[in-house]
Write a protein that binds this ligand. Structure first.
Ligand code: UD1
Ligand code: CA
Length: 452
């Protein structure tokens, strides 16, 4: 099928008013990725050679997101919302360039699988002029019904136009269509707006195809494939379905999820073989974990990398740019941002490491932090191999700690420490013998006086 050229038209001009949001509907996210990006990813995976995105007027943000995901996507503006066929015609100049297959997809159905799109294209390759995606929803309210006659698709009836008998039909329109490119414009130009809403319905294409003595077929799929999002509730339901798919894929690839229902993944999360993820972990976008790493409970990661055999958490937070090497140990209440933690280094308890290189085999002590921000700018810290940063130290950036250097506990380091240097930057301890009892006596006398 790959020799057939394919144009995918994504309709994203919906206002999404039922989302009650300042954000355009297709820019809402599931699995850490916009609805539009999911759809564009699916059409690319199904082998479309060209993509057109139809957006509403004044939604620059949607065009920017489309270009970010697919830089060569064509952007077309539907200046007035006059129906799905009218929206498709907004991409008329792209259709006129001539393609074998034309897929029309709604921008708010992020779970559509590339396999499903490929099945629709296969129907065109077999001679159909139109393939419609059908499904049997649990609740058919609101969907167009697929009217069949002896197995042949004869029409799609929108619910508002349907007779009682037609409303009883359980096979519904998933909203996705594939047109033979040679016939698409001729079909579209015959669609009128003689219906209750006065809109140009794409669904009328079926009856027109029949009248042209061409073939229209139904490809059936499951509800999850075509779940459309109109409300925040449907957004959450779709997220739940996607999470199940992502967890299943991770386990199929050899990841151990002890309590899969408590682990949240992003669409781009990459987990290696024999990675173990304990309960209650959140993987934000852009996270990769290499083989055999162990992620303990209650961690939160975003745009980070975890090396082979590393151990992270419980309660660790990796922010953008955290790069952990092989066998690194990151323990509880440790936060890392924009830092490279080299192989075998450890930060096991209560630490903040930002804009830093922590050299191989180093130890970053309990309660130690890097002071990378002075209220105006960020500065870097470089810690060499095998260094030891004592507990509760503060490294005031910019600062360099040489290979094998040793920072004494509780130091505030403001100057570079050379390789193998020992830095002690704290008040010297004073001990006064036999003075504890005197101190207590003095305090006791003070209290008595106050009580009088
Ligand atoms: C549509 C189908 C219905 C199907 C259902 C599946 C039509 C006429 N009806 O109904 O048969 O069962 O989807 O979910 O196609 N859009 C535009 N410009 C417009 C109108 C719509 O870009 O002028 C876009 C919307 O952003 C949306 C998509 O087209 O992504 C579908 O439009 P919507 O109004 O949600 O159609 P439904 O009533 O849900
Ligand atoms: Ca809809």
């Amino acid at each position: 099928m790959s020799e057939r050229s394919c144009l995918a038209i994504v309709l994203a001009a919906g206002e999404g008013t039922r989302m009650r949001s300042a954000r355009p509907k297709v820019l809402h996210e599931v699995g850490g990725r916009s609805l539009l990006a999911h759809v564009l990813g699916a059409v690319r995976a199904a082998g479309s050679s060209s993509t057109a995105v139809v957006i509403g007027p004044d939604v620059e943000a949607v065009a920017i997101e489309a270009k970010r995901v697919l830089p060569d996507a064509g952007i077309f503006v539907q200046s007035e919302r006059r129906g799905t066929a009218h929206a498709m015609l907004a991409a008329g100049p792209a259709i006129a360039r001539g393609f074998d297959d034309i897929l029309v997809i709604y921008g708010d159905t992020p779970l559509i699988r590339p396999e499903t799109l490929s099945r629709m294209r296969a129907a065109l390759a077999k001679g159909a002029a139109l393939a419609v995606l059908g499904f049997r929803p649990q609740d058919p309210a609101g969907y167009g019904r697929l009217v069949l006659d002896g197995g042949d698709l004869v029409a799609i009836r929108e619910e508002v136009e349907a007779s009682a008998a037609e409303r009883a039909i359980t096979l519904c329109n998933g909203g996705l269509m594939a047109f033979a490119g040679a016939d698409a414009l001729a079909i579209l130009q015959q669609i009128g707006s003689h219906n209750r809403k006065g809109e140009f319905y794409l669904t009328d294409a079926v009856a027109i195809v029949r009248a042209m003595k061409l073939k229209a077929v139904v490809i059936e799929t499951e509800e999850d494939d075509v779940r459309g999002i109109n409300t925040k509730t449907q957004l959450a339901e779709t997220e739940a379905v996607l999470q199940q798919r992502l967890r299943q894929a991770a386990m199929d690839a050899g990841v151990t999820l002890i309590a899969p229902e408590t682990v949240f993944l992003s669409a781009d999360t990459k987990l290696g073989r024999d990675v173990v993820v304990e309960p209650f972990v959140v993987f934000g976008p852009g996270v990769t974990v290499d083989d055999n790493a162990v992620i303990h409970s209650f961690c939160h990661f975003i745009h980070s990398h975890i090396g082979k055999g590393a151990s992270v958490g419980p309660f660790a937070r990796l922010r953008p740019g955290a790069q952990l090497g092989e066998n690194v140990h990151i323990g509880n209440f440790v936060e890392i941002k924009a830092s490279v933690i080299e192989a075998g280094a450890k930060a096991n308890h209560l630490a903040y490491i930002g804009d830093t290189r922590l050299g191989a085999g180093s130890n970053f002590g309990a309660g130690a932090i890097v002071c990378n921000y002075d209220g105006e700018a960020k500065y870097r810290t470089d810690i060499g191999k095998g260094a030891f940063i004592g507990s509760n130290s503060s490294l005031v950036a910019p600062v360099t700690i040489g290979d094998g250097a040793y920072v004494a506990t509780g130091s505030v380091i403001t100057h570079d420490v050379p390789p193998d240097g020992l830095a002690i930057a704290r008040e010297r301890q004073v001990v006064k013998e036999n003075r504890a009892s005197r101190l207590r006596a003095l305090k006791g006398a003070g209290k008595k006086k106050a009580a009088e």
